[in-house]
Design a protein around this ligand. Sequence first.
Ligand code: NBG
Length: 808
Amino acid sequence: MPFEPTPPAEHLGLDQASLARDILLRLTYAVGKDPAHAVTRDWYVATALAVRDRVVDRWMAHTRQTYATGQKHVYYLSMEFLIGRLLRDTLVSQQITDACRGALNSFDVDLDAVIAAEPDAALGNGGLGRLAACFLDSMARTGVAGYGYGIRYTYGLFRQSIHDGWQVETPEDWLRFGNPWEFERPEVTYEVGFGGHVDETGWRPAQHIVAKAYDTPILGYPGDGATTLRLWSALPAVSIDLARFNRGELVGAKEEKAVAEAISSVLYPDDSTPQGQELRLKQEYFFTSASLQDLVRRFRQTSHAMEELPRHAAIQLNDTHPALAVPELIRLLTDEHGLPFDRAADITRDCTAYTNHTLMPEALERWPRALLAGLLPRHMQIIERLNGEFLAQTAASPADVSIFEGDEGQAVRMGHLAFIGCQKINGVSRLHTDLMKQSVFRDLHAVLPGRIVNQTNGITPRRWLLDCNPRLADLLNDTIGDAWIGDLSRIEAVAPFAEDAVFLDRFAKIKLANKQRLADLIEQRTGLRVDAHAMFDVQVKRIHEYKRQLMNILETASHYLAICAAPEKDWAPRVKVFAGKAAPSYDRAKHIIKLIHDIAQVINADPRVNERLKVVFLPNYNVSLAEVIMPAADLSEQISTAGMEASGTGNMKLALNGAVTIGTLDGANVEIKEKVGAENIVIFGLTAEEVQQRRAAGYVSRDCIEQSDALRGVVDALAAGLFSPDDPNRYAPIVDDLWNHDYFMVAADFEAYASAQRQVDAAFAEPVSWRRSCVRNTAGAGWFSSDRTILGYARDIWGVTPSRSAFL
Ligand code: NBG
């Protein structure tokens, strides 16, 4: 008799009593703890396991269905998935938060404490990794049959602490107490080769590493769709050399194990900068190869011919990190499945697409040709052939379009490889996509027009409103119903309530409560007390020169000097909130963190300022901290040098939670302005085009500093050591750079920024119209849902019809 699966959900029961029973069972038999002695972490593991069981029913039902209907699968290959915590998100998706709270209460355990006991899974650096995590949620929501493929790093993004104003990094060992969400798949392993040579029989790698799968189910709202996040862990082919062990070489016997495990051991902590290390290249190939072998194996289980792969699989390359998918798939199809090269290249192209996330030349991956050839000799042959055939067909100059760069072709441009090898290339905001066509990919775009498409980024409304801002979610549900949760465009219905005094009042009370929660956290983490009635002005993101935290803190310092010069004036109270990590090797970014602290110390201690200006740097910015900050912001700082921020996604989270943006016309800010209305956003500064023109005309920052009393005042104060009396020369390099170089055009935009800030002060002083603007930001942010983004990829790139798209 054929196996009849139990209908999902009913299986285990989603009510409080069933949950209480199962949490207790899990605590006792899986965690091995007596409830009388269990600590919060034990309750967390028991709860996560009980909740996971419920996810599994639905996950399996969904997976069965995607196979039964023969849906095309999407494989999202990404070096990073910045997941954050999963418990609350999973409870909310299944709408069992209250039942779970009640269940834990029956043991005298507080759900919020249990939620906080979960380590934050930081398998990513910033926007790129968080986008991948939002996409998993949205694939599950919209019914795209999909897998996320990545690396199961033992250590995630480093933990940041601040010592005397300087960033100190320590390892993030998030797996120390195990990970209750994942399923280890010891039977799902693949060999990944490195080095060696190619002979007439094919590639003979010198070394083999084993990739082992771990699966995490990601459930989509409202609990009937799911995706699988499959992460690879590296193992040695042989874990111990017994001969060496028996000779007494106890450490040496495990050498191979250590070398293999290094591959999945740490996430590279760089954001938008390339890493030249061989280990990084190994990581990239390791997870790409394992993922492709896995999807080809899955495809082979169907009865289709290899030629049909593009009808069944779409492979999305998140940035160029997995760009080796192009030669790897060609290799699998030719060397392992006997297809001719040209067919293999066509099939590969039809299956793959690449997302570009940055135009900064220093951030575009280039590998030394010799390194790549040594590590992957067969792939180098394939890349050479692909490139040779492409160049033979085009009249364009090889210097512009070749995968190999330099006089002797010493560097392999991974962006060019992905462009030539994939069917579609997308940018992540309209402006970014336009700039892509004019800059890095201009020549390739001319030769292969139509390949570049745009997919403006988005964020999941589940995590970034429903979970993190439950009070606002309730108000929305009361006012316009809850359709916005599954279809964020529906949030527009709240726009008319910007005129409703009762609604505005409730909206304002919620913001205040969220601000009080952040204020409490600030006090707990930094000792600083701030007033929740002041304007909360936040800039939270990686610390990078192009994001211009420097401009923000200089303007803050300049504002401070203005207050000191006229302390009797009625200054609008503000709390400046900064958070973000600097790449450990990025000295200037670390210097900026120190500067923020030095300036904060002077301002926060000055009685003349009193409550009117406070500066706080919250350490260890991560997803969980963002979940507290986003709902509490009044003002969102999105002030990158125009043309440099590909999209931004924090800008969307803040707007959705009712913050007003102060920003340049960069990345998705351009589209935010269109959606929320020009009167509800404060735009200032040079446009991307003007930045180009100024640079071309020979930008002289010195002139800008000399023309601005405010800027000159603060730069002089910095140079004189006003903010660093213990080391007056500490900021000499920053001062020197501002006067003489200023690549990021802080001086050019400073005056415009400062006057935009005063415009914000005036606007904030009018509470009713300010609140209206906040509501219009929430109402206008509906388009920035990652569900919309995923439907765009599905339609324009993957050629799949998501099973739930009819409901959206
Ligand atoms: C980042 C961009 C952001 C963008 C995210 C997600 C990299 C290389 N790029 O502007 O800087 O929002 O990608 O697309 O991390």
